[in-house]
Design a protein around this ligand. Structure first.
Ligand SMILES: Nc1ncnc2c1ncn2[C@@H]1O[C@H](COP(=O)(O)OP(=O)(O)OP(=O)(O)O)[C@@H](O)[C@H]1O
Ligand SMILES: [Mg+2]
Length: 248
């Protein structure tokens, strides 16, 4: 059985989509079958971060409610082990048939090793849809107080939903911040009340790779790409120490 992993935040723009794309492509490159699903209905952009923006991908609703099969999901030209379903444009999360969605992700778990759900910003219907059936949740936050507070709210919401496997990714960490990292990471973990699974540096390659329609891990193997690869390995269950030399 595969694992369903929701990538969430409280605050918008913390890097969910960028991290979701980099970690899912890293797992595909490590030899796993992966399905990445964009759950940001109306504001979808996971295709861009995956380097698939002209793929004409079908949406998850085409599969859950529209009669398409999972096998018809777009297959990545650089990572054939990675399939992708985009988010529908003209529907809201509230209107999604949850039973049909659950059946789709259950069947995806029989076909793929990892299924990633890239959640929208906020902690309302889209957040709940992405988290509801997830086996693991990753909360992506910045190290700033506003993002931390929202990550803590997201963590509380997940606790109310009965989610027990919830981990934190601190994104966009600067070198200067990393020097004080022991303090910062402890603060973030204390505020959110969650264990850490990775720290991703501030890295202009994240935006550059997207601008060149390239997946981050194909564009560079340093910085944020390396940090996301380390997160992928930790999700596999490997012990990868957190080291400043790995990410800067
Ligand atoms: N580690 C990073 N270093 C530099 N820029 C980053 C990093 N992570 C994300 N970004 C940039 O921050 C912006 C927001 O990232 P992204 O779209 O991944 O966030 P998001 O949490 O998915 O946003 P939303 O809540 O709107 O879905 C993008 O322009 C992206 O290129
Ligand atoms: Mg996003």
């Amino acid at each position: 059985m595969g694992e369903l992993i929701a990538v969430l935040s409280g605050k918008g723009g913390t890097g969910k989509t960028s991290v979701c794309a980099a970690v899912s492509t890293a797992l595909a490159r490590l030899g796993h079958s992966v399905l990445a699903i964009d759950c940001d209905m109306g504001l979808q952009n996971l295709d861009i971060s995956l380097g698939l923006s002209d793929s004409g991908a079908i949406s998850f609703l085409d599969v859950s409610e529209g009669g398409y099969r999972l096998e018809q999901a777009a297959v990545h030209h650089l990572f054939p082990a990675l399939s992708f379903l985009t988010a529908p444009i003209n529907r809201t999360a509230e209107s999604v048939d949850e039973d049909a969605f659950r059946d789709m992700v259950r069947s995806a778990k029989r076909k793929f090793d990892y299924i990633f759900l890239d959640a929208p910003a906020g902690i309302d219907a889209g957040f709940s849809l992405a988290a509801k059936f997830a086996d693991r949740c990753l909360i992506v936050t910045g190290a700033d107080p506003a993002a931390m507070r929202d990550a803590a709210r997201a963590a509380q919401r997940l606790e109310l939903m009965g989610k027990t496997d919830v981990k934190l990714i601190v994104n966009r960490v600067s070198r200067r911040l990393f020097s004080n990292m022991a303090v910062t990471v402890d603060d973030v973990m204390d505020t959110a009340g969650l264990p850490l699974i990775g720290v991703v540096p501030e890295d202009p390659n994240v935006t550059l790779a997207a601008a060149f329609s390239a997946p981050l891990i194909s564009y560079t193997n340093r910085g944020a790409a390396k940090a996301c690869e380390a997160i992928a390995k930790r999700l596999e269950g490997r012990r990868v120490p957190l080291s400043i030399f790995d990410i800067f």
